[in-house]
Design a protein around this ligand. Structure first.
Ligand code: F6P
Length: 356
């Protein structure tokens, strides 16, 4: 009998439960496995919070958002630092793993989570990773689970803004999550028919953004919609040394980049601007059918690695196929939107502005 423990870490997303279900069902169907759940991410592994799970725990959770195990943020950069009571977190995780008699940890998480998973691998633990995040920024996989569900929600938000923007003849900014990358904004912006799409990978010039809005006005369009990534950055700010940019953000009177852009457009055009921030709703609710299929497949593939005792890998999607990549290749790399990629070129060709 083998003992396998799940752990969900970092910001949650829609298909975490569906993924665990995929792993668990495959393991139960193919051998003698005992499954455990570590509570609240790495916090539970550090401080020893675990519970035994039964097959009934995985019933009816394909459609449930969030994570039945709870999650927390334990930044990778603090993992090697002792906690406030002087506890060595890495040693504590290794000790609990050993004391619990585990054969493998199944770690569902984003970039930081996979970095810590790789650290645990280096420390000799058996680890299998699963790529979770609405940001779709994990290196080594074309797609992460949670992303398509978040695209649906952000798109629905832009769709709804269209009708009110038309009625009032206003300029609307919809601020989309995505951390330091623009995948979610790019896809929701395209799907929602935004007129301007601003993403971190393509720093904008406010004059070009204003041009795009004014050109629409000249053409007699009643409204404009801008999909702006929470990490969007102007060319001027992108040119600042990191420290200076951080100082600017600290003293910035605006709650986020969208409010700064909104104020600049209002000042230059005199148009009425409104900002909508769907925020954490983008991570909430039930996974979309695409994510249910993807997470079930990734879960089954992760179970396959466990059955073969092929550890130290993250399951991934490449060219529409499920595969796996070594954790050391994933750790520390970010998958960003390529400004020269065909998707960006196609959208530019349609006359959508990236503000550059
Ligand atoms: O990584 C997922 C994400 O939702 C990002 O898009 C966003 O920047 C961040 O998490 C928000 O984090 P928190 O839930 O800690 O506020």
């Amino acid at each position: 009998m083998k003992k396998v423990a799940f752990l969900t870490s970092g910001g949650d997303c829609q298909a975490l439960n569906a993924t665990m279900r995929g792993v668990a069902k495959t393991l139960y169907a193919n051998g003698d496995y005992e499954i455990y759940g570590i509570l609240d991410g790495y916090k539970g592994l550090i401080y020893g919070n675990i519970r035994k799970m039964e097959s009934s725990d995985f019933a009816g959770i394909l459609t449930t958002g969030g994570t039945i195990l709870g999650s927390s943020r334990q930044p990778f950069k603090h993992m090697r630092k002792p906690d406030e009571n002087g506890l060595d977190k890495v040693e504590a995780m290794k000790k609990n793993y050993k004391d619990w008699g585990l054969d493998c940890l199944v770690i569902l998480g984003g970039n930081g989570t996979q970095k810590t998973a790789n650290l645990l691998r280096e420390e000799g633990l058996n680890v299998v990773g699963l790529p979770k995040t609405i940001d779709n920024d994990i290196w080594g996989t074309d797609m992460t689970f949670g992303f398509q569900s978040a695209v649906d929600i952000a798109t629905d938000c832009i769709d709804k803004i269209h009708t009110t923007a038309y009625s009032h003849g206003r300029v609307f900014i919809v601020e989309v999550m995505g951390h330091k990358v623009g995948w979610l904004t790019l896809h929701a912006g395209i799907a929602g028919g935004a007129d301007v799409i601003l993403i971190p990978e393509i720093p904008y010039e406010i004059d070009r953004v204003v041009d795009a809005v004014q050109q629409r006005e000249k053409k007699g369009k009643r409204f404009s919609i801008l999909a702006v990534a929470e990490g969007a950055i102007s060319k001027d700010d992108a040119a600042l040394p990191k420290k200076e940019y951080k100082r600017k953000l600290k003293n910035n009177p605006y709650p986020s980049v969208s409010y700064e852009i909104g104020a600049q457009i209002a000042e230059r055009t005199g148009q009425e601007i409104r900002i909508t921030v769907p925020g954490h709703a983008q991570r909430g609710g039930s996974p979309c059918p695409y994510d249910r299929v993807l997470s079930t497949r990734l879960g089954a593939a992760a179970a396959g690695l466990i059955i073969q005792e092929d550890y130290g890998k993250m399951v991934a999607v490449q060219n529409n196929d499920i595969t796996s990549v070594p954790l050391q290749e994933v750790a520390g790399q970010l998958k960003m939107v390529d400004p020269e990629s065909s998707i960006v070129r196609e959208i530019r060709a349609m006359g959508i502005s990236f503000g550059d």
